[in-house]
Ligand binder design. Structure first.
Ligand SMILES: Cc1ncc(COP(=O)(O)O)c(C=O)c1O
Length: 399
């Protein structure tokens, strides 16, 4: 019996593929500081648990395929607070932004049609697109330009006859860029000219530290029919394991298509939808405090990285990741070597090599993504490991 080529050819998640090496370290009693994933350590708001405790039904039934009434209504209220208007029938609850992205790719593209997205990109964009036989057309963005999108004339060249959409993670995972209004306007102009959907993945909306204010595409009336908003409670409220996200769109035909997909998987998780509905009561101070914590973490990380010889990193403006260029030929080889050979006061470090965050061959070979979802002390310990590891790695060849 054979499994499908579709699955055989699927890339192993670059974020998770080094886990076996970390298990070996842990078996030897070495603590692995995991700056490889975007798993926040901040406590989930108590309002989430309160709402679950108040769940009164005796049976955990399926919810409506669109999502429970409470969840949709609380999502409408959340958007309203941001000055964004969506109606009931314009929102669909999903199992995280992950399911939302898969559904949207399926609903927007036929097999072998394409979606444009800037690279480096969140690696699962490619996993999802491969699963549904959709091509990712990358627009390479560069650290030396602050990962800025190209100007209109250059951007335009990336649109091909089978292109259906532009997908943007804003604030961006992994680059930390928050796109300016000028960049958003370029995307809008291209989308209008070539009749494309705009898929705006705004799961890091609240995480913005730089000078550029975050602006949602939902603020632009002129593209409301072509905009598909992707959202999630995973990062905003440290609720990754709840697996609740949503799609919002004013395009009726698209929503009908997405409802067919939602109905085929019956419903999102009923109890977690109840918990997520409770999040509307979380005081504003929770997000403010969370943002300040991340800002401090970002500052600690960035200042330490700046001081390590041969390391280059742009100061992240948003989300909670930094792309770091290392003075090594092959970042993956280095990270494995670090896990196997370096322990500083009982700690070693896992970060994510990012060549698979690019479609273009040979890009990102010497780069890693570092997340700052842990406290300043952990970040400092992690940077002690990185500094020593780089020194020893580069000395070993010269000895
Ligand atoms: C840019 C981006 N989009 C979507 C997701 C998926 O989020 P969820 O946990 O809601 O599935 C992630 C997760 O890290 C992400 O970084």
């Amino acid at each position: 019996m054979l499994i499908s080529n579709r699955i055989k050819d699927l890339r192993v998640s670059p974020i998770r593929k080094l886990i076996p090496y970390t298990e070996q370290c842990e078996n030897k009693g070495i603590n692995v500081i995991k700056l490889n994933i975007g798993q926040p350590d901040i406590e989930t708001p108590k309002e989430f648990f309160d709402a679950i405790n108040n769940f009164k039904d005796k049976t955990i039934a399926y919810s409506h395929s669109r999502g429970s009434k409470e969840f949709i209504e609380s999502t409408i209220k959340y958007y309203k607070k941001l000055g964004i208007e969506y109606e009931y029938k314009e929102i669909i609850a999903t199992q995280g932004a992950s399911e939302a992205l898969m559904f949207v790719m399926m609903a927007v593209c036929n097999a072998n049609e394409s979606i444009i997205t800037p690279e480096p990109f969140y690696a699962n964009y490619r996993t999802f697109s491969d699963m549904v036989s959709v091509d990712i057309l990358p627009i390479t963005t560069y650290a030396k330009e602050g990962f800025k999108l190209p100007k209109y004339e250059d951007f335009k060249k990336f649109v091909k006859p089978h292109t259906k959409a532009i997908l943007l993670s804003n604030p961006n995972n992994p680059t930390g860029r928050v796109y300016s209004e000028e960049e958003l306007q370029t995307v809008i102009k291209i989308a209008e000219e070539f009749d494309l959907f705009i898929i705006s993945d705004e799961v890091y909306r609240e995480f913005n530290y730089g000078k550029t204010p975050f602006v949602s595409f939902a603020k632009y009336k002129e593209v409301e029919d072509r905009l598909i908003l992707i959202d999630s409670i995973s990062k905003r409220y440290s609720c990754c394991g709840a697996r609740i996200g949503n799609i919002a769109s004013k395009n009726k035909i698209l929503i009908e298509a997405l409802m067919k997909l939602s109905q085929s998987r019956l419903s999102a998780a009923t109890l977690e939808l109840a918990g997520a509905s409770g999040l509307i009561d979380v005081p504003e101070s929770y997000l403010k405090t969370t943002l300040e914590k991340y800002r401090e973490r970002k500052d600690v990380l960035f200042n330490r990285l700046k001081s390590i010889e041969g390391v280059h990193c742009n100061e992240p403006e948003g989300a909670f990741y930094a792309i770091v260029k290392l003075p090594v030929d092959d970042a993956e080889k280095f990270v494995i070597w670090m896990l196997e050979n370096i322990s500083v006061n009982g700690n070693t470090l896992l970060v994510t090599p990012i060549k698979d965050f690019y479609v273009s061959e040979d890009l990102g070979k010497d780069e890693v993504r570092v997340s700052y979802c842990v406290g300043p002390d952990e970040i400092n310990k992690a940077m002690d490991v990185l500094e020593i590891a780089l020194r020893e790695y580069n000395n070993k060849d010269s000895n």
